[in-house]
Design a protein around this ligand. Sequence first.
Ligand code: SF4
Length: 84
Amino acid sequence: MPAPAWQLEGLCLADPDLFTSDDNRGELVEEARDTCNRCPVQPECLAAALAEEGTTAANMRGSIRGGMTPTERWRISRPKKTAA
Ligand code: SF4
């Protein structure tokens, strides 16, 4: 399946190494997040990440996507507890 067209507009294409860190904190993460916050396809990118990852555990996710760390994406995707 070909990559969606929006991926060609991602600002991370200019510095992909910045987005491969598994560290959820630190200077590199903040630099990557700043790039995402200026990216014209951030909404599409975050939606794609959440759709692909589903309820996958945080430690099985990788890199900053759509301006969020793996842990941040997991927090908004994890199954919610329901009252019994
Ligand atoms: S939002 Fe961030 S990770 Fe997604 S395409 Fe843009 S720069 Fe890349």
